[in-house]
Design a protein around this ligand. Structure first.
Ligand SMILES: *Cc1c(COP(=O)(O)O)cnc(C)c1O
Length: 350
């Protein structure tokens, strides 16, 4: 009996990168920012009145929405906020992907997409990336129940120009296209302005990577007000207060400190360039990355063994034992010092 078990059992949960407790570990496995959040975040938290926790948070999130509205040049009615972009994406899947047709996404991409499809019973089709791990836009010009693309893609780091993104949106006017821009600030250009041109586009972003606030759990979707209203309705049928008031204050402070944000992103981009060069001297081939991680391989070194070796040397990177990518490592860009230690450790690989 126990009919409920049938469905739950089929859902294989997403497996996040490990969060080790040890002190001297160099953690390059979950694409966190190696730099602390803006000093303005500390100020906002220090000034936050603890007595305020007595109250439910604002579900309008006026302050944070107005900060995002200034940055992205969108109306506050075009912004949806959530408890991390994972929650925003999960609600987008629930709200926008509910036809009998398959939702399309690449075979190699953020591994949460098929988890949500399976949780909600949404049919889906994985479209293979080409041999260079690039998305072939024409593959998405066919009937579907929705499209979701991470841009830059994960774990490849490869960025697709906004022109190609626009073609995908244009060729799917009857379904919703979600662009997951978790890594857009590390070298790409956002598709967000297209929300004024296309009512079938939702752009999702997060404070976890480029704004160094993974612990505070804030993400957003930007889209035409009609789509945002639909998202709000679904969210309010589930939990009206997803964003706590402390997180709202911290995220608003981070969003308003543009100078610090740009400085950190630039540092990470420079460290990425250095790391790719050093790895290339050691015989690694790295996919062209526009994100805060790289995806790299070496013909002479087994990726799984290198992963274990680095781990035993206190450096944790990400290894996916999956078809097509099991000879690659995904390495988050840390500080210069951390990346030097990584290169030194690889140099000593027996
Ligand atoms: C990290 C990541 C997210 C989710 O980040 P949150 O911390 O939940 O905001 C979403 N999509 C991709 C592709 C990511 O790598």
């Amino acid at each position: 009996m126990e009919l409920w078990r049938d469905k739950i059992k089929k859902t294989e949960p997403y497996v996040p990168g490990e969060q080790p407790e040890g002190k001297n570990i160099i953690k390059l496995n979950t694409n966190e920012n190696p730099y602390p959040p803006s000093p303005m975040v500390k100020k906002a938290i220090d000034e936050y009145s603890c007595g305020n926790l007595r109250l439910y948070p604002s579900f309008v999130c006026k302050g944070l929405k107005s900060a995002l509205s200034d940055i992205y040049n969108v109306g506050e009615e075009e912004i949806f906020l959530g408890n991390g972009s994972d929650e925003v994406l999960a609600l987008c899947f629930m709200t926008f992907f509910n036809s009998d047709k398959a939702v399309l996404f690449p075979d190699i991409t953020y591994s949460f997409y098929d988890v949500w499809c399976s949780l909600y019973g949404i049919p889906y089709e994985r479209i293979p990336l080409d041999n260079d791990f690039r998305i072939v836009k024409e593959d998405y010009f066919k009937e579907n129940g929705g499209v979701v693309i991470a841009n830059p893609n994960a774990p490849t780091g490869i960025y697709m120009e906004t022109g190609s993104i626009e073609e995908i949106i244009e060729n799917n006017r009857d379904s919703i296209v979600i662009i997951d821009e978790a890594y857009i600030d590390f070298g790409g250009s956002s598709a967000v302005e297209l929300i004024h041109k296309y009512d079938n586009l939702a752009v999702v972003q997060t404070f976890s990577k480029s704004r160094a606030l993974a612990g505070i759990r804030v993400g957003c979707a930007m889209a035409n007000a009609k789509l945002i209203n639909a998202l709000e309705a679904v969210k309010n049928s589930f939990n009206s207060y997803t964003l706590n008031s402390l997180s709202q204050a911290a995220a608003e402070a981070a969003a308003r400190d543009t100078a610090y944000f740009e400085e950190c992103c630039n540092k990470i981009i420079n460290t990425r360039t250095w790391t790719v060069e050093e790895l290339s001297k050691l015989g690694f081939e790295t996919l062209p990355s526009c994100s805060n991680f790289i995806f790299t391989t070496n013909k002479n070194i087994d990726a799984g063994s290198l992963f274990e070796y680095l781990k035993s040397n206190g450096i944790i990177v990400r290894y996916f034992n999956k078809p097509r990518i099991n000879q690659y490592l995904r390495i988050t860009i840390g500080t210069d010092e951390q990346m030097k230690a990584l290169i030194e450790a690889i140099r000593r690989y027996p």
